[in-house]
Design a protein around this ligand. Structure first.
Ligand code: CUA
Length: 347
């Protein structure tokens, strides 16, 4: 047994930030608990009834007091709110240069996959000091991806993608839990995150058995499923071309505009009628039941790989975040790679 630890290790950029907020909440709570209980005991003694005949004075309100006990708690709760909200925004917005990992939860294991095609079960290897974005799906019920040492927890929901991110700041081995009751062996749905030195990580990745990168497998699948018959590269097909699509705004037949991110592409494969592109007929059949979560990920990575500006370096994944700079927080994470400048706004 290791030494008793009140808090888990602080092993990500978020860990100290989340802990500071927690310390603040604890301090406020402890302070007011002591103040209130102290006042109860003090007043009980100080103003106790001293004789049978004693009648208390009638007390009228005091404005100063009432204003004070309204304004001070209001101020404190607003501090908690803005602090918590800014942290939450930060936690919900992976930086554009984050490394992409896919996670699939199923009863009762975690399947993790690197862009290079290396797969892991209940284990995740990541390099230290680099933001990691995890895009998650479930094959059955709701799970929750929870790494206490990183202070990140995110539900994994069937039928859609959710994401979380972190920058590991300390090498080591950290517990990965499922934090949502998901059936009999929920408590056994446990894994490890191994945070490695970048060079070790590269070596590990190179030594892993890979059956081709996600994008390569996605390309094969794209051909096998005959997607290319309609989604032609030169955009002469019955369906829009997918070249250069990822991350762009798409005009829909309904007049609305959507960002072509993972969630949109996933939906367009599973439920093609949900968002029909303007100028096209809703002719695409659904692929629900024909492709599984792993294959969806491959198809999406393929679409990303033929997206704009795709090179050998990890590319921005997910929709660009228009209001990113307006985020109230986002101090540079300890050990994080320098932020990539935001792409110029369109229009
Ligand atoms: Cu999966 Cu609990």
């Amino acid at each position: 047994m290791g030494k008793f630890q009140l808090f888990p290790d602080q092993a990500s950029n978020f860990a100290p930030e989340v802990d500071h907020l927690l310390y603040f909440l604890l301090a406020v709570t402890v302070f007011f608990t002591l103040l209130i209980f102290g006042a109860i005991f003090y007043f009980a003694i100080r103003y106790r009834r001293r004789s049978e005949k004693e009648l208390p004075h009638v007390v009228h309100g005091g404005y100063t007091l009432e204003i004070l006990w309204s304004v001070i708690p209001f101020g404190l709760t607003m501090v908690m709110f803005t602090w918590g909200a800014s942290l939450f925004f930060n936690l919900s917005r992976p930086p554009d240069n984050a490394m992409q990992i896919y996670a699939v939860g199923k009863q009762w294991m975690w399947k993790l996959e690197h862009q290079e095609g290396v797969r892991e079960i209940n284990e995740l290897h990541v390099p230290v000091g680099r933001p990691v974005r995890i895009t998650m799906a479930s094959e059955d019920v709701i799970h929750s991806f929870f790494v206490p040492a990183f202070r990140t927890k995110q539900d994994v929901v069937p039928g859609r993608y959710t994401t979380t991110w972190f920058t590991p700041t300390k090498t080591g081995k950290y517990h990965l839990f499922c934090a949502e009751y998901c059936g009999t062996n929920h408590s056994g749905m446990i894994g490890w995150v191994h945070v490695m030195e970048p060079r070790e990580y590269e070596a590990w990745l190179g030594g892993g058995s890979s059956e081709g990168s996600l994008a390569e497998n996605g390309k094969l699948l794209f051909e096998q499923l005959a997607c290319a018959n309609c989604h032609k590269e030169d955009n002469s097909g019955r369906c829009p071309t997918l070249v250069g699509l990822f991350g762009k705004d798409v005009k829909l037949a309904s007049g609305a505009t959507v960002k072509a991110d993972e969630g949109y592409i996933r939906e367009s494969i599973m439920d093609p009628q949900a968002k029909v592109v303007a100028g096209y007929e809703p002719v695409m059949p659904t692929f629900t039941g024909l492709v599984n979560e792993d294959q969806l990920v491959q198809l999406i990575e393929y679409v990303k790989s033929i997206g704009p500006k795709q090179g050998t370096t990890p590319q921005p994944t997910g929709a660009p975040l228009p209001n990113r700079t307006a985020s109230p927080s986002a101090p540079p994470a300890a050990g994080a790679a320098p932020a990539v400048p935001h792409p110029p706004a369109k229009k």
